[in-house]
Design a protein around this ligand. Structure first.
Ligand SMILES: Cc1cc2nc3c(=O)[nH]c(=O)nc-3n(C[C@H](O)[C@H](O)[C@H](O)COP(=O)(O)O)c2cc1C
Length: 322
């Protein structure tokens, strides 16, 4: 079956499946296999630290696949972001994802250079703004997801179905998607691709610890610690403390503190998206409901596509008893 949407057409990819970006470890090691298997892999510029290291990693990805690769620029948190953006353009990256904060200037520059611009947001309100500013597509992450959270986030079901009524550019669904049913549901809600962060972290190629991957395969979405991390509102006192610092400390430092509060950590905690600390800071999302074992990237993508096709062939109501 052909999985054709405006997103697959725009990006030249086989399946409407996009891998999430990851500060600390989102390198070619995970991005290239995702693209090679028919999805869109993302290299997170911030994980490479310097523009030269990003250039090297893009070239490494090129040696691993000739399929399109995306670069993520996490605004406010990616060091040397302007130079990183220029490296992506110079290296012929066809699509860049921006995230975390307002990205209008980056978007304008990318479009001038003929690069497709996807912006990732946590609320429908911000998706509407991104469309007005010229984004070619938006990723909306519902509250089942993890990464940069928002206090105004709605569940994925509500966010996507509400967004597609108001937005003309393609919407990409994220937040809690981990298997074929979640993938199909994304498309049924009107999204034109599904975006998976946690699910690709539990693959053999992802450069995180084996302990972390096993945790993702074993943990229940109802685990109280995980639920708190993903769904609980931030501590109001910590949030107030951080909001008072806005404009008073460097923006990047402030964003890091805000992110920790949104992830229910102490704003001054010394946790990062690097090494095993990631298991503490952002272990994963409610997408663990769809993760049973550690697969290769290709096995994961093939299993999502094959099971989705089986579900469609057997009739989507086959699961209803009565
Ligand atoms: C450990 C970790 C690190 C992340 N780092 C970033 C990042 O640096 N920039 C970004 O835009 N999103 C980041 N994200 C968010 C993911 O790209 C994606 O939006 C999210 O995982 C989607 O939800 P899901 O995990 O339910 O699929 C991160 C997520 C995780 C779990």
């Amino acid at each position: 079956m052909e999985w054709k949407t405006r997103v697959t057409e725009m990006l030249g990819i086989k399946y409407p499946i996009i891998q999430g970006s990851y500060g600390g470890f989102g390198t070619s090691a995970i991005a290239a296999p995702v693209s090679e298997a028919g999805g869109l892999g993302i290299i997170t510029a911030g994980a490479l630290k310097t523009p030269e290291m990003l250039r090297e990693d893009i070239r490494k990805a090129r040696s691993m696949t000739d399929k399109p690769i995306c670069v993520n620029l996490t605004v406010g948190m990616c060091p040397h972001i302007d130079e990183m953006r220029e490296v992506a353009i110079e290296e012929g990256i066809p699509v860049v994802e921006t995230s975390a904060f307002q990205a209008t200037d980056h978007g304008k520059r990318l479009k001038e250079a003929g690069v497709k611009w996807i912006h990732k947001v946590a609320t429908v309100k911000h998706a509407i703004v991104a469309e007005k500013q010229g984004a070619d597509a938006v990723v909306i992450v519902g509250m089942e997801g993890v990464g940069f959270k928002s206090v105004d986030q709605l569940p994925t079901l509500t966010s996507i179905t509400w967004a597609v009524k108001q937005i003309k550019i393609p919407v990409i669904a994220a937040g809690g998607i981990g298997d074929a049913r979640g993938f199909l549901a994304s498309l049924a809600m009107g999204a034109e691709a599904a975006y998976l962060g946690t699910a690709f972290m539990a693959t053999k190629e992802c450069p995180i610890s084996e302990r972390h991957k096993q945790y993702l395969a074993d943990v229940d979405p109802s685990d109280p610690k995980l639920m708190k991390k993903v769904l609980a509102p931030p501590n109001p006192l910590d949030l107030e403390k951080v909001m008072k610092l806005r404009g008073k400390i460097p923006h990047g430092e402030w964003m890091m503190k805000l992110e920790r509060v949104l992830l229910k950590e102490d704003p001054d905690a010394d946790t990062s998206f690097e090494s095993d600390e990631v298991l503490k800071l952002a272990p994963g999302s409610l997408a663990v409901s769809g993760i049973d074992k550690i697969l290769t990237v290709k096995e994961l993508i093939d299993s999502i596509i094959n099971s989705a096709e089986d579900i469609l062939k057997s009739g989507i109501f086959a699961g209803i008893r009565g």
